[in-house]
Design a protein around this ligand. Structure first.
Ligand SMILES: O=C(O)COP(=O)(O)O
Length: 223
């Protein structure tokens, strides 16, 4: 039996392994502009601050320009719609739910916990991923990187969930895979558990000092 009334989940690297097809879509877009490809390791380490920021990092790496220069560039504006099309085509081709994700979400719902996604992925991409893996209906609320003016590690999204479902921070849990998730949960006073298999910008997860590291998401059920 889970001791939590509200469980908030990160998406990429926590519920769904998304990086392989994100890399495919980035490389599809780069190819259209005759730019060199990026590697899987680079993409893994760029996930965390949203897709637009991932594209900024990829273009900065390739062109040698500073990220702020890329953010203001025409190239970024041109590549975004091309990436969107590529991602829609790639989504679901090489992503998958991590083991026990669906079963655990269903069981938590049966235990009457509220379930929420809090991701930095922009909502257009979040929706495609949740739909393609048929888990949209398992969540009471979805907060994306562009839902509020600030994204994780700002606690705004987490605080809005606590308020919406009238849950005290200590009765909630944040489950994630990166230092961004730990910082977000800490800023909201919510306990935070980490899964070791996701994307933490190349850093070891122990360095983030979460309350617990769990090897498998089904361990949430015995909390
Ligand atoms: O899209 C990203 O960069 C991050 O997404 P996440 O917050 O679900 O890890």
């Amino acid at each position: 039996m889970s001791g939590f009334d509200l469980v908030m989940f990160d998406l990429d690297g926590t519920l769904v392994e998304t990086a392989p097809e994100i890399m495919d879509a980035v490389n599809d877009a780069l190819q259209r502009f005759s730019l060199p490809e990026v590697t899987q390791k680079q993409v893994d380490d760029w996930i965390g601050h949203g897709t637009l920021e991932l594209l900024v990092k990829a273009l900065a790496q390739i062109t040698g320009f500073a990220p702020e220069t890329v953010r203001a560039s025409a190239l970024l504006n041109q590549i975004v719609p091309v990436y969107n099309m590529a991602y829609n085509a790639r989504c679901g081709t090489r992503s998958h739910l991590y083991p026990q994700v669906r079963e655990t979400l269903v069981a938590l719902r049966e235990q009457r916990a509220r379930l929420v996604v809090v991701t930095n992925k922009e909502s257009r991409y979040t929706q495609v991923v949740l739909d393609v893996h048929q888990i949209t209906s398992l969540f009471d609320m979805v907060i994306s990187g562009d839902t509020f003016a600030t994204k994780k590690p700002s606690p705004v999204g987490v605080n809005s969930c606590l308020e919406r479902f009238s849950v005290a921070p200590e009765r909630a849990l944040f489950v994630g895979d990166s230092s961004i998730d730990v910082a977000t949960a800490r800023a909201a006073g919510v306990p935070v558990w980490m899964l070791p298999y996701g994307y933490n910008m190349g850093e070891p997860i122990a360095a983030c000092a979460p309350d617990r590291v769990i090897q498998d998401i089904s361990l949430l059920l015995n909390a």
